[in-house]
Design a protein around this ligand. Structure first.
Ligand code: ADP
Ligand code: ZN
Ligand code: ZN
Length: 745
């Protein structure tokens, strides 16, 4: 007998191995095995098929070992993997790697592998400071180690530290630690599920819904009787989350599981607290801040007799083994972070969620204040149900949005810093009333550009075709494409005469200037530079929520879904570069970003104020934003999309080609285009040299396919795969790297 398996490698196709006699009655689809592959390596693989068809043309190797006694990947998961690999043109091995937590595919393999729990240390809660110091006495090394551990616990707000962390942090000698253990100053315990999933009892029942909310909930439920997917278009702060809570409550009584998807880890903190208040420890949390060990435990719990009933997570939680899935909620469904960019599989979590729900006989609820044009189109044309919730909860008025023409203000010498006088006034008023402000800028770093005052030289990345961003705190120039960091030259290396000046404003400069303008306020910044550390998101969000920060400066990270009660003013510091970006989605993005950021203002009891600074107030998009008129905005967009054959009227597939040799990549791209044009004609655009045409030494060319509904996904797949194999058959071009991005966003 033979088994076809998926290997965790970016290779297309399945691989066949012989099943040793003693394994034949124990193995099946969804089991993990270890198999030899390549010169000397063994890999963990997943069995997808058992058959008797002996492979031709090569000698079959044997499976080395069987790791499981029951499948760890369910039938339904395998089906979903197959669909992702088919639809998004990715290798099954890539899907496998994205799906399974890495401890479940160990490199040094032992049969029956069970992930082990970590050993943690905590301070004996029955001892006070005096008792501890009496017990330590003159043992100086013990005191030092204990100090370091305590410092760590205070810094992280945690109650325990793992033995591994102690070792990494302090390089202690085991004897010192053992001393503390013998004196019972520290306790050892093993962290399994207990730390991850503390027993949290519910503290409240769902709030009674308002009349509007109840009506929306009823409509969602009745729509589900004939639609698999429903879009809830509800203004920011209209009470969508509370509706989800009622829906979840309902499904739990029916014994169903719920998957609650969020676009980003930053949003999970607030929502976890809110959901735990109602559902206690029925919830499992799954995102990139959860380490691999914990992911493995969650996976195993999902396979057990008592799985989590609710999973709250980011896109990767789609890959968990659900058994009784009843509903997937895709909150903030318009967010582009739902689309995986790198590495493959480049799947869209919203669309994959709909497919997963479909395969499970479950429903999908998409929620947004600013739906993606594609989703709204599907609702308009009846593919999805549509439920609208216009008013903010508690009848709080929508924020008052106004524009400030910064070009004009500068010309009239009315603008002395980065903020318009009106915005300054509003922030001052808010601060006087003990209220808060948010300032949004979509560029991180101090200055997006550095230039020589005399010869106009600008520093560029050595590996990419990009100008470098100046980061002041790091005192370096950083490439935002490959993360290489360069020291700031003291003078111009080109003319050796000029002085360097920095141009433009990133969040770091904004933070610095705002701190000077409002010396009595605590100013903090939230962007990907300040949120690297574990829990740093959480700390900033908590501090802001509890008023320890008055002004929060940040990138799009602060514009999404967060619920702060005390924010009166939101300033959008500059939007023009975003709206002028050459992409058919730039206005949609702009509309979503500004409306979402505006949604942070005045959520509880007062109307908020939103001020947009722009050099081009005539842009029609601002009228839609000011009037809060999504419908007209949608009409303007869908007309354009139809005219220029963009989604939802076509499917976009981008093909990226990379090679160190520019000439090669150019001929490769021309070759692919010529191949595809034979059947797709003018649906093939390119090859294009992208704005950033070299990243990490690789020259890049792009081909874009605009596929209308004459071609099915499988036809297009066939054409692309044929073109690819012809390219790979061409000796000169076969080294070119090819990347596909289906439903490119
Ligand atoms: P959205 O998800 O649409 O942004 P939320 O569900 O966060 O809106 O609701 C906005 C605010 O109103 C939150 O602070 C929430 O706690 C409160 N809220 C919403 N619905 C109710 C309700 N039925 N009863 C009491 N408070 C509610
Ligand atoms: Zn110069
Ligand atoms: Zn670079």
């Amino acid at each position: 007998m033979y088994a076809d398996v998926i290997l965790p490698l970016p290779l297309s196709g399945l691989f066949t191995y012989a099943i040793p006699a003693e394994m034949q009655h124990k193995i099946g689809r969804g089991f993990r095995v270890t198999v030899p592959f390549g010169r000397r390596k063994y890999y963990t693989a997943i069995v997808t098929k058992i058959h008797r068809q002996s492979p031709e043309n090569f000698t079959v190797k044997e499976i080395q070992s069987l790791l499981d006694s029951t499948p760890v990947v369910t039938e339904q998961q395998l089906e979903l993997w197959e669909w992702i690999s088919f639809y998004y043109l990715s290798a099954q091995g890539d899907v496998f790697k994205a799906a399974l937590p890495s401890p479940m595919m160990p490199a040094d393999l032992q049969p029956g592998f069970i992930p082990k729990s970590e050993t943690h240390l905590r301070i004996n809660p029955t001892l006070d400071d005096i008792a501890i110091s009496a017990s330590i006495g003159k043992a100086r090394k013990q005191q030092l180690l204990l100090d370091e551990i305590m410092w760590f616990l205070t810094e992280t707000g945690r109650e325990s530290i793992s033995k591994r962390e102690v070792k990494e942090l302090t390089g202690y000698s085991p004897a010192v630690l053992n001393g503390l253990l013998r004196k019972e100053i520290l306790h050892l315990f093993s962290v399994g599920r207990s730390r991850l999933h503390p027993k949290t009892a519910p503290t409240r029942t769902p709030y009674p819904l308002s009349e509007e909310q109840q009506k929306a909930l009823d409509t969602i439920q009745s729509s589900f009787s004939d639609k698999q997917t429903v879009l809830l278009h509800g203004a920011t702060s209209s009470g969508k989350t509370e509706i989800y809570i009622h829906l979840i409550h309902q499904l739990l009584t029916e014994g169903k599981q719920i998957l609650y998807l969020l676009p980003e880890i930053a949003l999970t903190t607030q929502l976890t607290q809110r959901l735990q208040a109602v559902f206690g420890d029925k919830i499992g949390i799954y995102h990139s801040g959860i380490d691999d060990q914990e992911r493995t435990e969650i996976w195993q719990k999902m396979l057990s007799e008592t799985p989590y009933e609710i999973i709250l997570g980011v896109r990767s939680s789609l890959f968990l083994p659900f058994r009784r899935l009843g509903l997937v909620i895709v909150d903030e469904e318009h967010e582009t972070s739902y689309k995986q960019q790198e590495p493959s599989p480049r799947y869209h979590a919203r669309d994959t969620a709909i497919m997963l729900a479909h395969m499970s006989g479950a429903k999908t609820l998409l929620g947004s204040a600013t739906p993606a044009i594609e989703s709204y189109y599907n609702a308009q044309t009846g593919k999805y149900g549509l439920v609208t919730l216009n008013k903010r909860f508690g009848n709080i008025e929508a924020p008052l949005v106004s524009l400030q023409n910064t070009k004009d203000l500068r010309r009239r010498k009315k603008m002395k810093n980065l903020l318009a006088p009106v915005l300054m006034d509003e922030i001052n008023k808010a601060l006087e009333n003990g209220e808060q402000a948010i300032l949004f800028r979509n560029r991180r770093g101090f200055a997006p550009m550095v230039e020589c005052k005399s010869c106009a030289w600008t520093p560029k990345c050595n590996h990419c075709d990009v100008t470098l961003t100046y980061h002041k705190k790091a005192n370096s120039l950083i490439c935002h494409y490959c993360n290489t960091s360069y020291p700031l030259p003291s003078g111009c290396p080109s003319c050796h005469e000029g002085e360097l000046k920095s141009l433009g404003t990133g969040t770091e400069r904004l933070e610095e200037e705002v701190a000077q303008l409002f010396p009595d306020a605590v100013v903090a910044r939230m962007d990907s530079d300040t949120t690297r550390g574990k829990d740093s998101f959480e700390r900033i969000i908590n501090d802001f929520q509890e008023n320890r920060i008055q002004i929060l400066v940040g990138t799009q990270m602060i514009s999404k879904g967060l619920d702060f009660g005390n924010v009166r003013v939101v300033g959008i510091v500059a939007t023009d570069s975003m709206l002028n970006y050459p992409d058919f989605r730039s206005h949609e993005r702009g509309f979503q970003l500004i409306t979402q950021a505006a949604g942070r203002a005045g959520r509880r009891d007062k109307q908020g104020v939103v001020i947009i600074q722009t050099v081009d107030p005539q842009q029609p998009i601002y009228r839609f934003i000011i009037r809060n008129d999504y419908e007209s905005f949608y009409q303007s967009q869908i007309t354009e999309r139809k005219l220029f054959k963009y989604p939802p009227f076509t499917r976009l597939i981008s093909i990226t080609l990379k090679h160190k040799d520019e000439r090669k990549v150019e001929s490769g791209a021309a070759f692919i285009c010529q191949q595809l044009r034979q059947s797709l004609g003018n649906r093939v655009l390119g090859p294009n040299k992208p704005i950033i045409s070299r990243i990490q030494q690789q020259h890049i060319r792009e081909v874009l396919l605009k596929i209308d509904h004459h071609f099915s996904p499988s036809q297009v797949r066939e054409l692309i795969k044929t073109a690819e194999s012809r390219l790979k058959g061409n000796g000169d071009l076969k080294q070119i790297l090819l990347y596909y991005n289906v439903d490119w966003v």
